[in-house]
Design a protein around this ligand. Structure first.
Ligand SMILES: Cc1cc2nc3c(=O)[nH]c(=O)nc-3n(C[C@H](O)[C@H](O)[C@H](O)COP(=O)(O)OP(=O)(O)OC[C@H]3O[C@@H](n4cnc5c(N)ncnc54)[C@H](O)[C@@H]3O)c2cc1C
Ligand code: FES
Length: 241
């Protein structure tokens, strides 16, 4: 599916936790799990689109889950229903159909692409939050089991998601979240011999593979996160080879 630049109408933009918004856009869109769109709801400043993973896809709508971090996401958070924004996508390479059983592990807004993977592939979800969990019930619609950890102990087991997840018994693990969480998962999955595929974030300019602004070094050489990723086998990022 080639990326297209489309205009979409906001149908909802709700703050579901402090600083975390769920944005719904009306229109016909396409994506596979782990892919993302570049969003823009402003004229000149900031100059670049902002990358956002697909949270969910329906026949006539697409949604994104985002945290307000700076100027771009601040503008997004002030969009009210009826307003328009530009969407460029679908972009990147996501998660291929997995060998099952599948474990889905996410931390914070890393739950966005993992939720879309759950919608398409199902599996067992392990979700980690800093404070009160959100959107857990939405995972229950798609997943066989949902396990929750939070650093405060609200709504789940007190602690980190890497403390409630055990990879033994799974044939594939998909994950997205802070790098520290992903590296610890890689350690756990390597010990258990379970292939881990992670979605990573980099600052992006074109989002189309042309500017090399998002290049990272992997065991297979330099790779563009926007075009060769954002999903990579964890061993290519952190393995010895
Ligand atoms: C493929 C991809 C998918 C993403 N999906 C999501 C998502 O589903 N939900 C979500 O909340 N965020 C997601 N992000 C991160 C999101 O794109 C950034 O938070 C956003 O671009 C920040 O824009 P801003 O103008 O608000 O902040 P800026 O003013 O540009 O920056 C504010 C702060 O955020 C940091 N930051 C900016 N861009 C990134 C980035 N790409 N990665 C890490 N830190 C960044 C900056 O270093 C700075 O500290 C994704 C990023 C990528 C590359
Ligand atoms: S953002 Fe331009 S190559 Fe990735």
């Amino acid at each position: 599916m080639y990326p297209q630049l489309k205009r979409g109408e906001v149908v909802a933009n709700r703050e579901i936790a402090p600083g975390i918004f769920l944005l719904g856009v009306r229109g016909k869109f396409a994506a596979s799990p782990g892919q993302f769109y570049m969003l823009r709801a402003w004229e000149l400043d900031p100059p670049l689109f902002r990358p956002m993973s697909v949270f969910a896809l329906e026949e006539e709508a697409i949604s994104f889950l985002y945290e307000v971090r700076g100027r771009g996401t601040g503008i997004l958070s002030r969009l009210s229903p009826g307003k328009e924004l530009l969407l460029l996508g679908p972009l990147g390479r996501g998660w291929d159909p997995p060998a099952r059983p599948l474990a889905l592990v996410a931390g914070g807004t890393g739950i966005a692409p993992i939720h879309f993977a759950a919608q398409i592939y199902g599996g067992d979800a392990f979700l980690g939050f800093r404070g009160k969990p959100y959107l857990v019930e939405s995972f229950a619609d798609w997943c066989r089991t949902v396990h929750v950890a939070s650093e405060t102990g609200e709504g789940g087991t007190k602690g980190l998601v890497t403390e409630i997840f055990r990879p033994e018994g799974y044939r594939t693990c998909f994950a997205c979240g802070p790098e520290g969480m992903l590296r610890e998962l890689y350690r756990l999955c390597s010990e258990a011999g379970v292939p881990l595929f992670v979605s990573v974030e980099e600052r992006m300019a074109c989002g189309l593979g042309a500017c090399l602004g998002c290049a990272i070094l992997t065991s297979r050489g330099p790779r563009r996160v926007c075009a060769d990723g954002p999903v990579f086998p964890a061993e290519e990022l952190w393995g010895d080879g």
